[in-house]
Design a protein around this ligand. Sequence first.
Ligand code: SF4
Ligand code: SF4
Length: 364
Amino acid sequence: MLYRDYGTTGKKVSLLGFGGMRFGQIDDAETCARMMVTAAEGGVNYFDTAPGYFGTKSEEVFGKGLAELRQRKLPYYVATKTFATTEKGIRTEIEGQLKRLNVPAIDFYHIWCITSLANWQERKKDGVLETFRKLKEEKLINHICVSSHLIKDEIKELLLEGVFEGVLFGYSAYNFKTREPAFDAIRAKKLGAVLMNPLGGGIIPQHPELFEFLKHNPDEPITHAALRFLWDHRDISVTLVGFNDEAQVKDTLSAINGYTPRTEAELAAVKAKASASFEGLCTGCAYCDDCPQGIPIPKFMDSYNQKLLNDKPNGNAIADRLKGHWNVDIEKAKDCIECGQCESACTQHINIIERLKAIGGKTA
Ligand code: SF4
Ligand code: SF4
């Protein structure tokens, strides 16, 4: 296992982290706990969950798993999150979390899922930062962190507070262009960087043909190649992987144990191949993101990608992605005045106006 610094906290965290969002048998606590033990025996020491993963069941099975780790003297850090913003709401939440997780304190506690800067301002008004500071003084949490769905360099504003010690955000071989600027801010503040969605929300394993460019050799599993792409990034502290079963835990441990880093030049060469493979797909570069109507175009085009790549017959992948992932009102697509500015800027030559029309005509 490889370990990296989590910012300036003094903590060494495993480059491979255990995400509690994909347990295949969440109602079988024994099996879930065994998966956590197997991961910890393989050197994983960062375990991340949330109160919304299978309701509160993920935190509950984490409680059992962490107790087993303590019994076996396997070291760990536990991370979880809250959507609550008021002091009363956060205190109620954390009280339940400490009980479920069966720990006296949470190592990395996250203000969960900032979807826009407006959303951040609202939470600040509710006093979320003051409450997190108090929780830290009271030693109920050890480190104040934030999870973000912001794009380009919006994260800079979020990090102006100077209170955060780490950031959790989505980054993968599929969306790295739009997320890369976040690392400039994270590096400047010397923060921990924990990544979620390393497989692009399933897009990478479901469409391996698009991601062939990541592979060392034709026989390398695409999931290993996609993770290696992240492990090569020197600013990443932890890559969270959600496991379905114990076999996946073992398989991913074998990938990191067999991993040898590429040079910066080799990694740059791999990244350069990405655009050609993503023809017709929005790569999230955000060059179009200056719409006079305030339409968050990269978020709409990312959601359209879901339709191209992931939609089922009669599915509603666009609406689901806009609402569930981005917290964007689908009706905003109708505000387009067809000025054409975004299409001129689009690196992928996507017919953005037509796609927005299609999205706006589709009710959620
Ligand atoms: S064409 Fe529509 S979406 Fe594109 S910049 Fe103009 S108003 Fe915005
Ligand atoms: S629509 Fe085009 S310019 Fe805009 S983020 Fe996607 S690829 Fe980049």
